[in-house]
Design a protein around this ligand. Structure first.
Ligand code: DX5
Ligand code: ZN
Length: 236
């Protein structure tokens, strides 16, 4: 199982964006998470194409672009052109989700569907095999630094069951209120990718904060392999 970390640049210091990009490049994090908000789909405006262009110039890791905008179809090509590797669009903002996902994939990007906290994972049952990843919002989208919604664990379990049943390779990404405290439980529930902004940038040293996510992951893997060895020995 993948255990990836995507760093949300929404919480970075925009006055020193280059430094934050360098920091993520040097870190053990896997992706850059870039939140695009239009002030209509969500009650906030973040940044747009020129900022992504600036980040793309320096970034040596994949750009995971999360569109919180109405009618995302209008901008699929534009985000490809500025270097998005993964592009996720909200279920709640798409009338023809099947067509939109195929357009994203035809351009060579990984296609993701995002669900707001109130949207049941079951709405994806007829599209799961077309989806490279599902991003479950674990806060109401629009702002960094909000509290994690506990029902997300339940949604991960149900989504994982759906993916396994469909024999699909779809990955699960979790976004909002993720921290070093809930990371293990989220990965254990079936998450493959965690997004973190506040937990990386708000306090302390961002590089160390990122490392903490990964240290816990490594420990978890070691414990799992020890348990597997113990089980194997006891059956011999
Ligand atoms: C919220 C954004 C998130 C946000 C996460 O609408 O989609 O990516 O930056 O921030 P934290 O980790 O601070 O909850
Ligand atoms: Zn996001």
């Amino acid at each position: 199982m993948d255990r990836l970390l995507s760093v949300s640049m929404l919480s970075a210091n925009f006055g020193r964006l280059d430094d934050s990009v360098d920091m993520v490049n040097e870190s053990v994090a896997d992706w850059f998470h870039l939140d695009i908000m239009d002030g209509v789909f969500v009650p906030n405006i973040s940044f747009g194409i020129p900022v992504i262009q600036a980040i793309a110039k320096k970034a040596i890791k994949p750009l995971d672009v999360h569109l919180m905008i109405v009618d995302p179809d209008r901008y699929i090509e534009a985000f490809k052109e500025v270097g998005a590797h993964l592009l996720s669009i909200h279920y709640e903002a798409c009338t023809h989700l099947h067509r939109s996902l195929h357009r994203i994939k035809a351009l060579g990007m990984k296609a993701g569907v995002v669900l707001n906290p109130h949207t049941s994972v079951e709405v994806l049952s007829d599209i799961i095999q077309e989806t490279d990843f599902v991003l479950l919002m674990s806060v109401n989208p629009g702002f960094g630094g909000q509290s994690f919604i506990e029902n997300t664990y339940n949604k991960i379990t149900r989504l994982k069951e759906m993916i396994v049943k469909a024999g699909s390779t779809t990955l699960i990404e979790i976004d909002g209120g993720v921290s070093q405290q809930n990371a293990d439980r989220l990965y254990a529930a079936g998450a493959d990718i965690l997004v973190a902004g506040n937990a990386i940038f708000a306090t302390g040293d961002p590089l160390q904060n990122i490392k903490q996510f990964k240290v816990q992951t490594l420990l978890q893997e070691q414990v799992a392999s020890c348990l597997a060895m113990t089980t194997k020995q006891s059956t011999l």
